[in-house]
Design a protein around this ligand. Structure first.
Ligand code: B1M
Length: 210
């Protein structure tokens, strides 16, 4: 019987086929998809982060782990959908300029979508100008920005400034998140909310426009 730790180990090993098999077993045996994400996939990625920082893993290996996690998430996605009716509103989400980390942002997109929102995912390395253009085009209820690097954090502030300059600030709620982001930072830059993880981001979206 597959256990969550096996999933975590397979993520660390970048073993896509094993992750897929284990997740299928866990889903078939009725395990909660959210527990598989938290205790399997994210737990594995956390350990990857520790080893990356310690110089025990390198970029190509970490990329493989990221791909393994993404494949695992895509198997779980259908089991999260339909839990709620899609009537809450629209979230426009992206990772800020110069930042290529997209796993956490995609997890947030997935959880918010399964909480009943339409989600438009702009991808990574999204400039302030591109965020502004997308707000004008899609008129979302909420804008979500993700940043994983301390060096890209200031682009959250720059994006909010650009949104203000374009006269769009009152049209959209703004939420921020990612490992270096804090509640305090969110307040300082004038965001409407901060969420520490994907589940809280979904709750926050509902609170803001639900
Ligand atoms: Co990078 N990286 N990385 N990396 N990477 C970190 C972030 C780092 C902490 C690693 C370390 O040193 N321990 C470090 C940042 C240090 C810092 O600035 N404080 C780092 C670095 C330094 C770098 C490079 C500069 C390395 C280099 O090239 N020398 C480089 C930068 C590239 C760039 O972006 N320009 C780089 C590159 C990469 C890869 C490309 C190899 C790869 C990314 C692949 C991809 O995303 N497709 C990668 C990875 C995978 C990581 C780690 C190992 C894992 C990140 C991750 O996916 N975590 C990471 C170490 C770590 O975090 N432990 C690290 C799992 C994910 C589910 O969690 O993203 O935190 P997270 O998302 C959470 C919450 O934060 C929150 O919810 C999510 C789910 O619960 N959340 C939100 C996220 N966004 C949110 C938005 C919200 C709300 C909540 O509202 C909108």
């Amino acid at each position: 019987m597959a256990i969550f730790q096996d999933v975590a180990n397979a993520v660390i090993g970048g073993d896509i086929e094993r992750v897929k098999g284990l997740i299928k077993d866990l889903l078939d045996s009725g395990k909660d998809p959210l527990e598989i994400i938290d205790q399997g996939l994210i737990a594995g990625m956390d350990e990857v982060g520790v080893r990356f920082k310690a110089g025990e893993m390198f970029v190509p290996e970490v990329l493989m782990c990221a791909k393994t996690m993404a494949e695992g998430m895509s198997l779980i996605r259908p089991h999260l959908e339909g839990k709620d009716v899609k009537t809450h509103g629209t979230l426009l989400i992206g990772t800020v300029k110069s930042d290529l980390h997209d796993i956490g942002k995609n997890l947030v997109a997935m959880m918010v979508e399964s909480a009943g929102f339409a989600v438009i995912n702009l991808g990574t390395d999204v400039s302030p100008e591109a965020f502004v253009k997308a707000i004008q085009e899609h008129k979302p209820d909420i804008l979500g920005m993700s940043a994983l690097l301390t060096t890209t954090l200031p682009f959250m502030k720059e994006t909010i400034e650009a949104i203000k300059e374009a006269g769009l600030r009152e049209t959209v709620k703004i939420i921020v998140g990612g490992a270096p982001v804090t509640e305090e930072y969110a307040r300082q830059i004038g965001a409407d909310g901060y969420a520490p993880d994907a589940g809280s981001a979904a709750e926050l979206c509902k609170k803001l426009v639900g």
